[in-house]
Design a protein around this ligand. Structure first.
Ligand code: ZN
Length: 480
């Protein structure tokens, strides 16, 4: 168990070495590691090399760059001297989003700049929090853990896997996990690519949604027809598509695909209560990030539950027929739509294609032929177990760093999707989320920032976490 003096030792070390963290980030953030842009491939490689060097400098005895058919990942390992200590694997990424439109940046995106903000100093740069800031605090956190506990090796074996293609959809990540599976054995996965509700509201993300997509083509006449000679007498695929998509949700806002909700884990009263504790100003959200006039969605659920805890369907694109200047009086031969579905535990992305096909078949007007293209892969949803002792250790670590109590750490559900489910599926270990981002950090947008005080607490929290996890034994048992 922790004591106040120990708590102070980790924090004291972090606060005495903030310059190191700031210098590391300043150097790393200058490397424009944009994975989406082939012109930046050398920069993504340079970013991997920088991180590998920083991990060696921190003391990790094993540091390797793992090439993929795309951008390289960085792997590091520091075994605990205790052979029975649990093994934790940290996941993050070193690539960043593109920066356009460049003219909207107040400071150049790859020239990190400290700006005085309402909550204290902020560091502005692309990648400041997503995800270089979240990864960089592990460097100082590890040093603080060793110094504060007087150890030569960490209390738990720590592995890091920091990929280089997350912002491009992690196309080679699952293959990399398969290829390196024997190196990646672990008892718990710590994802550092998320954030908290507010600077004064220590919180832990507990789930991420999955993703599946489908493209629908409807065909009517074999060629575009004259609307005067044939209109009103043969089926129009655009009308059929409009009808079909209008039936995607029922009057209660529920998705009508057959079987869509069958595997959805119901939201428990406790989860709803915990989610409800996270402060949320709906009017401010509408006026700000949502830029919309009203909220909508599945009846019986709050806006936060709709985003984080319920599955959804969205039409992302819809096209067909004539779209040029003036009029072209036709019955078009084809209509097209692109759809995506956000999924929650325990839905499987591979099921969605069949559900879409069955739904299209059941709702298709006579004389229209449908083709549904739905890639089977998708992204699976993932969730932490709120009641596991691993989660207790995380809550204790966060609470100590934020001067709070474990019972006051809020639970948040992340509406987005990432490769975390691959980690769970392939490594079979439970998932914890520890990130220092904020909803106001403008990730993926111009003027991305990180609040420096959040980074400092993030470093301290990891230092506590390695100590707290050491009280666990592999298999999830707590030692007495
Ligand atoms: Zn990220």
């Amino acid at each position: 168990m922790s004591s106040p003096e120990r708590d102070n030792a980790e924090r004291a070390y972090v606060l005495a070495h903030l310059d190191d963290l700031h210098a590391d980030l300043d150097a790393w953030l200058r490397i424009p590691s944009i994975s989406a842009d082939p012109l930046h491939a050398a920069d993504v490689a340079a970013s991997a090399s920088w991180l590998a060097e920083a991990l060696r400098r921190t003391g990790f005895p094993t540091v390797e760059i793992w090439p993929t058919p795309g951008a390289p990942a960085v792997y590091a390992e520091w075994p605990s001297a205790d052979p029975n200590a649990p093994v934790a694997l940290v996941y993050g990424h070193h690539d960043v989003q593109p920066v356009d439109p460049l003219e909207l940046w107040v400071h150049p995106p790859f020239e990190p700049t400290v700006v005085e903000g309402a909550d204290g100093p902020e560091l502005h740069a692309r990648g400041a929090i997503d995800d270089k800031g979240n990864v960089a605090f592990h460097l100082l956190g590890m040093r603080a853990h060793l110094a504060a506990t007087g150890r030569d090796t960490p209390a738990v074996t720590v592995k890091l896997l920091i990929e280089g293609e997350e912002e491009s959809g992690s196309p080679h990540f699952a293959d990399l996990l398969r290829e390196k599976r024997d190196r990646l054995d672990c008892d718990v996965v710590v994802v550092s690519d998320t954030g908290m509700a507010a600077p004064h509201l220590p919180s832990a993300v507990t789930s991420m949604r999955g993703l599946a997509d489908a493209e629908i083509t409807l065909r009517g006449p074999a060629v575009d027809l004259h609307s005067g000679s044939f209109g009103g007498a043969v089926p129009n695929p655009l009308h059929a598509m409009a009808q079909l998509l209008a039936s995607l949700h029922d009057d209660e806002g529920r998705v009508t695909l057959p079987g869509f909700y069958d595997k959805v884990r119901p939201l428990t009263e406790r989860e709803r209560e915990l989610m409800g504790r996270v402060p949320f100003d709906e009017q401010a959200w509408l006026a700000g990030p949502a830029a919309s006039r009203v909220t909508t969605g599945e009846a019986g659920f709050t806006t936060q539950e709709r985003i984080g805890a319920r599955p959804t369907a969205e039409v992302n694109g819809l096209w067909g027929g004539y779209q040029g200047p003036g009029h072209k009086t036709i019955i078009p031969a084809e209509a097209h739509a692109k759809l995506t579905f956000r999924l929650v535990a325990d839905q499987r992305p591979g099921d969605v294609g069949d559900q879409v096909r069955a739904w299209v078949e059941a709702n298709l007007p006579a004389g229209i032929v449908a083709e549904v293209h739905a890639p089977p892969a998708g992204v699976a949803p993932c969730a932490s177990d709120l009641d596991s002792p691993w989660m207790d250790a995380l809550l204790r670590a966060i609470a100590q760093a934020w001067n709070s109590s474990p019972d006051d750490v809020l639970f948040m559900k992340e509406g987005g999707s990432g490769p975390e489910a691959d980690l769970v599926e392939q490594l079979g270990a439970p998932l914890l989320f520890l990130g220092a981002g904020l909803p106001t950090d403008r990730i993926h947008s111009p003027n991305e920032r990180v609040l420096l005080s959040m980074l400092h607490r993030g470093a301290e929290a990891t230092a506590h976490l390695w100590r707290e996890l050491a009280t666990m034994r592999p298999g999830g048992q707590t030692t007495s």
